[in-house]
Design a protein around this ligand. Structure first.
Ligand code: M6R
Length: 617
C-alpha cells in the first residue's frame, strides 16, 4: 500500500505536478502525506498527518522552494501509527538523503538496533527511517555513490519495498528500486518520473518502463539507467500506455465509485466485443493468452484464486467453466494456497484474478503454483503489472483505471473475461458447438443495450428508497443461490466496506441452518431472485424471512409480480440469460451500497482502514 510519486526534470515547477499525481494515488493510503525537494545543499520537507489536502494546506502556509526534482508519498500505516513524524518522506539523521517507501522492511528492528549502536538517531517509529539511515551508513563508510549505497543497503533488507531516494549530494538524480511492491518509471523529453502506478503519471507521460523484481534504476532528467538484480546495467524497451489521462479523472462525478459503476456498459464493450467472431462462435484472445488448443484439451481441472471482490469473480469463473466447458474446478482465497497440500500440477490450469495485478497474496500464490510446476493464466486490469508480467498467459480486462477503493467495474470486467474464457475452453474441448458458441456470444452482445435501464431515473428511485431504509439498520444478510451466491457475497462486501454496516453473504439454502436466528424486524435480507434454476427456492426463502417479520429488499426482473409480492423494496433488473444475470444483478447492489454510504456521509472512495492495492500479505 502507500503511494509514491517522484520526478527529476528540466523544469523548475515540478512540485505541483507531483502532487497532482499523488492525489490519484490517495486510494493506496491516506493517513498522512509528504513531499521533499532538494535546494542547494539542503532537503526541504513538508509532511502532514491526514489526507493530501492537509499537506496542501501546509504547503500554502509554508511554501517549498521552486524545484526540478521531488519525492512525494501518501501513507497507509504499517510500522508506526499515523502521525506527522511517521509520515514520509524520511531523512537520514545527517539530513543528507531522503527516501519514500512502499512496503515492509521485515528485519527493521535488528537493523535499527545495529544502526543505533553505530550512533544513528531516529525520530520516527518507521521501518523506512531505518532504511534511509542504512543507505547513509553505507555511503559514508565505503565512500561510494548513492546508487551503490542503495544497492548495498538493500542486500541487507528482507521484505517488500518500492523506494525512491533523492539527495542534494547528487543533484538531478533519483535512485529507484523495488522488490514485490510496484513501481513504474515514466519517460519524457523534459524529465523522468517514478510512481506506484501509471495513472499517477498520465498527466506527464504515457511512455513507461516497468521495473522487474530486484531491479534498480538511476533517473536523470535526460536518461534512465536500469540495473538488474545483480547490479549490472541492463536494458528494456519502454511501452505506450493505452489509458488516457481523462480516464483517471472524476469527469464531473462526485465520486470515482459512481463514475466507475456507470462505466460498466462500456467495460463490457471494451473487454469483449473485439474478442469474438459472431459467425463462428469462437473467442479470439491476443497472443499473450499463450495457451494452445492442445493445452486446453488436456486440462483436467482449473483452480481459481484471488482476493476480495476478485475472489467473488473467481467463484463465478469456476461455475461458468463447469457449465460451458465441463471442466471441474476449485476456488481458493489466494492467501490460503500456501498452506494447501502440494498436489500434482499436471493438466491443471490456475487462473489468478486481480484488478491491480499487485495484490501480494495473489502474487505469492502465483509464484507458489509456478514453483510447484503449474501454469498461471492471469486475468488482470493493469497492463505491465506484476501479475500481467509474471503469469504464463494473460487476458487483460479493458476497464480503464479503477480508482475507487470499492471495486466495481473491475468485477464486471472480470466476469466478462471469464465468460469469454469459458466459451473459449468449451469450444476448444468440443463441449460447445459453433452454434452454441454463437448463441452465447450473441447473448453477450445483446446485454449491452439492456444495461442502460439500470441507470434510468425510475430504477434509481427504487435503489434510493431501499437505501434510505437500509441506512438505518446495523446489520443485514445478502442471499443468493447458484450463480447468484457470489453476487450475494459481493453485495455484502460492497455494503460493509463503504457504509460500515455489517453485512454477510450466504447461499440462501444455508439460511435455515443458523442465520435465520438473526431475522427480526430490524434485520433485513437482500435477496437476489432473478429467473433460473434457483428462482422458486429464492421465493420460498423470502417468504421465510417475511414470516419472521424481516424486511426484504429483492433484486428481480422488471414486472415480476411474484418477487414484488414478497419484497418490501424491489430493485428491478432486465431479464437476461441466467449465466449473464450476475453481471446485471451486481449493478443495483453496487448502487445500493453507494446510496447508503452517501446517505451516511461516508468517505466513499477512500473508506476507513482500507487501501486499493493490498501489497502486503
Ligand atoms: O487488485 P485486486 O483485484 O487483486 O484486489 C483484491 C482485493 O483487495 C479487492 O477486490 C478489495 O477486496 C476491494 N476493496 C473490494 O472492493
Amino acid at each position: 500500500m502507500c503511494g509514491i510519486v517522484a520526478a527529476v526534470t528540466t523544469r523548475d515547477d515540478i512540485v505541483s505536478e507531483v502532487l497532482t499525481g499523488l492525489k490519484t494515488l490517495e486510494y493506496r493510503g491516506y493517513d498522512s502525506a509528504g513531499v521533499a525537494v532538494p535546494d542547494q545543499n539542503q532537503i526541504h520537507l513538508r509532511r502532514r498527518m491526514g489526507k493530501i489536502s492537509a499537506l496542501e494546506q501546509e504547503l500554502k502556509d509554508n511554501a517549498l522552494p521552486k524545484a526540478s526534482s521531488a519525492v512525494a508519498h501518501t501513507r497507509w500505516a504499517t510500522h508506526g501509527a499515523p502521525s506527522d513524524r511517521n509520515a514520509h518522506p524520511h531523512m537520514d539523521d545527517a539530513k543528507e538523503i531522503v527516501l519514500v517507501h512502499n512496503g515492509i522492511i521485515e528485519n527493521y528492528a535488528e537493523l535499527r538496533a545495529r544502526l543505533q549502536a553505530d550512533g544513528h538517531e531516529f525520530s520516527s517509529d518507521t521501518d523506512t527511517e531505518v532504511l534511509v539511515n542504512l543507505i547513509a551508513f553505507h555511503r559514508r563508510k565505503n565512500s561510494i555513490d548513492l546508487h551503490q549505497a542503495v544497492q548495498l543497503a538493500l542486500k541487507e533488507v528482507h521484505g517488500a519495498y518500492a523506494i525512491v531516494v533523492l539527495s542534494p549530494l547528487e543533484p538531478d538524480t533519483l535512485i529507484v528500486a523495488r522488490v514485490d511492491s510496484p513501481l513504474v518509471v515514466g519517460l519524457s523529453e523534459n524529465g523522468q518520473f517514478a510512481a506506484s502506478d501509471m495513472p499517477a503519471l498520465l498527466h506527464l507521460t504515457r511512455e513507461f518502463l516497468i521495473l522487474e523484481n530486484g531491479e534498480s534504476a538511476v533517473l536523470r532528467p535526460d536518461v534512465v539507467t536500469l540495473f538488474d538484480a545483480d547490479g549490472n546495467p541492463t536494458q528494456r524497451e519502454s511501452f505506450f500506455c493505452e489509458w488516457t489521462p481523462e480516464q483517471a479523472e472524476k469527469g464531473g462525478y462526485p465520486h470515482f465509485m459512481l463514475k466507475e459503476i456507470e462505466e460498466q456498459p462500456d467495460v463490457l464493450a471494451r473487454t469483449a466485443f473485439d474478442r469474438f467472431h459472431d459467425e463462428t462462435g469462437d473467442v479470439i484472445f491476443e497472443p499473450a493468452f499463450a495457451f494452445s488448443e492442445d493445452d486446453l484439451i488436456g486440462l483436467e481441472r482449473i483452480r481459481f484464486m484471488a482476493m476480495g471482490t476478485s475472489f467473488h469473480s473467481a467463484l463465478l469463473g469456476q461455475q461458468m467453466m463447469a457449465e460451458l466447458a465441463a471442466v471441474p474446478g476449485t476456488t481458493l482465497n489466494a492467501s490460503e494456497f500456501l498452506y494447501s497440500p502440494k498436489l500434482d500440477e499436471a493438466n491443471t490450469l490456475t487462473v489468478i484474478l486481480s484488478q491491480s495485478g499487485e495484490t501480494a497474496d495473489s502474487l505469492r500464490a502465483m509464484r507458489e503454483v509456478q514453483s510447484r510446476g503449474g501454469r498461471i493464466l492471469g486475468i488482470c486490469n493493469v497492463q505491465g503489472s506484476t501479475l500481467a508480467r509474471e503469469a504464463d498467459g494473460l487476458v487483460l480486462t479493458h476497464c480503464g483505471p479503477e480508482v475507487g477503493v470499492a471495486s466495481t467495474k473491475a468485477f464486471f470486467g472480470q466476469l466478462t473475461a471469464l465468460y469469454l474464457l469459458a466459451i473459449h475452453i468449451g469450444r476448444a474441448r468440443g463441449h460447445l458447438s459453433s452454434k452454441q458458441g454463437r448463441d452465447l456470444l450473441h447473448d453477450l452482445r445483446a446485454l449491452r443495450p439492456k444495461l442502460d435501464g439500470l441507470f434510468h431515473a425510475e430504477t434509481q428511485a427504487c435503489v434510493k428508497a431501499a437505501a434510505d431504509y437500509l441506512a438505518g439498520v446495523s446489520s443485514c444478510l445478502f442471499l443468493g443461490r447458484g450463480f447468484q451466491f457470489p453476487i450475494a457475497l459481493e453485495g455484502a462486501l460492497k455494503l460493509k466496506e463503504i457504509s460500515y454496516i455489517h453485512a454477510e453473504g450466504y447461499p440462501a439454502g444455508e439460511m435455515k441452518h443458523g442465520p435465520i436466528a438473526l431475522i427480526a424486524e430490524d434485520f433485513p435480507v437482500i435477496a437476489i431472485a432473478t429467473p433460473g434454476r434457483t428462482y422458486q427456492k429464492m421465493l420460498s426463502n423470502m417468504e421465510e424471512v417475511r414470516a419472521r417479520k424481516g424486511k426484504v429488499i429483492a433484486v428481480g426482473v422488471h414486472g415480476d409480480t411474484q418477487v414484488q409480492a414478497q419484497a418490501d423494496f424491489f430493485l428491478p433488473v432486465p431479464d437476461v440469460p441466467e449465466l449473464l444475470a450476475p453481471m446485471v444483478n451486481v449493478i443495483p447492489l453496487q448502487q445500493l451500497s453507494y446510496q447508503v454510504a452517501l446517505k451516511l456521509g461516508r468517505d466513499i472512495d477512500q473508506p476507513r482502514n482500507l487501501a486499493k492495492s493490498v501489497t502486503v500479505e
